[in-house]
Design a protein around this ligand. Structure first.
Ligand SMILES: O=C(O)c1cc(=O)[nH]c(=O)n1[C@@H]1O[C@H](COP(=O)(O)O)[C@@H](O)[C@H]1O
Length: 279
């Protein structure tokens, strides 16, 4: 069995810093890079991002939607992207945000978390909003394969609150319940559990939530959605050390030049390092 994802992630964060660069080939970015909105453009874009950052950041996060747009040939590019990024030493979080009834969830888990699957990744983003228990097949397979999950808890988008801040009969919010489930999943894991939460960097003060889940906190929202590395201490408080800040468009807009992309990722990484050192 692989070493558990949480242990591999903690080491990568220690060695490379915690930054995650998203690989999000938006049609608008392909156009800005002078690429056609087709499979060749997608392939060129993804290869360039991997070349620029996968040897220096802890994590890359391909966003499956932008590959699925091109059908089976887009998925083939996604497979190549995952393999190339892992070969360059980055951990790959597949951002596919899967969530379904348990029996179907088992098939989603096999698609991304079974070591012989073509899209095998180090971790997968999943949605608990069919009920946290529906994720059990993914939790079980992740444990067995040494993979991780990132479970949507408090998302970065303004609409998320209507579900995630809703108060249950027991007085707890739905988002707090997801966090508590993850803390239970990670109990006793060292140096870090493999079951992470997605918590937006855009959300401001989250002191009402217990973010101490002994697992990683994937924090999208920096750059294009308006948050900055300097916001992280206020949002994450004492859980700051477990935060994996994600930047997608904020880095990608600097392409297609490899050294400009790399420079942008390095600047975000440096800024995050200083924020962590000062906290
Ligand atoms: O799971 C995610 O990664 C995610 C969760 C969330 O709450 N908000 C969020 O923006 N994301 C993803 O993070 C990336 C953010 O991209 P940028 O806004 O371009 O940095 C996109 O791929 C989103 O799909």
């Amino acid at each position: 069995m692989n070493e558990p994802f949480g242990a591999r992630l903690r080491r990568a964060m220690d060695e490379r810093g915690p930054l995650c660069v998203g690989i999000d080939p938006h049609a608008a970015l392909l156009a800005e890079w002078g690429l056609a909105d087709d499979v060749a453009g997608l392939e060129r874009f993804s290869r360039t991002v991997v070349e620029a950052v996968a040897d220096r950041v802890a994590v890359v996060k391909p966003q499956s939607a932008f590959f699925e747009r091109f059908g089976s040939r887009g998925i083939a590019v996604l497979e190549q992207t995952v393999a190339a990024a892992r070969a360059a030493g980055a951990l790959v979080v597949m951002d596919a945000k899967r969530g379904d009834i348990g029996s179907t969830m088992a098939a989603y888990a096999e698609s991304f978390l079974r070591p012989d699957a073509p899209l095998y990744s180090d971790a997968l983003t999943v949605s608990p909003y069919l009920g946290y228990g529906s994720l059990k097949p993914a939790v079980d397979l992740a444990r067995e394969s040494g993979c991780g999950l990132f479970v949507l808890a408090l998302t970065s988008n303004p609409e998320g609150g209507e579900v995630q801040h809703a108060v249950r009969e027991d007085g707890r919010t739905v988002g707090a319940t997801v966090l508590a489930r993850l803390a239970a999943e990670n109990a006793g894991a060292e140096p870090l559990g493999s079951f992470g939460a997605v918590v937006g960097a855009t959300l401001g003060d989250l002191s009402a939530y217990d973010l101490g889940i002994n697992g990683p906190l994937l924090a999208p929202g920096i750059g294009a959605q308006g948050a900055a590395p300097a916001d992280l201490p206020r949002v994450f408080g004492s859980a700051l050390r477990d935060v994996v800040p994600n930047v997608s468009r904020g880095v990608l807009r600097h392409g297609p030049d490899v050294s400009a992309l790399r420079g942008s990722a390095d600047r975000f990484a440096d800024e995050i390092r200083s924020v962590l050192a000062a906290a």
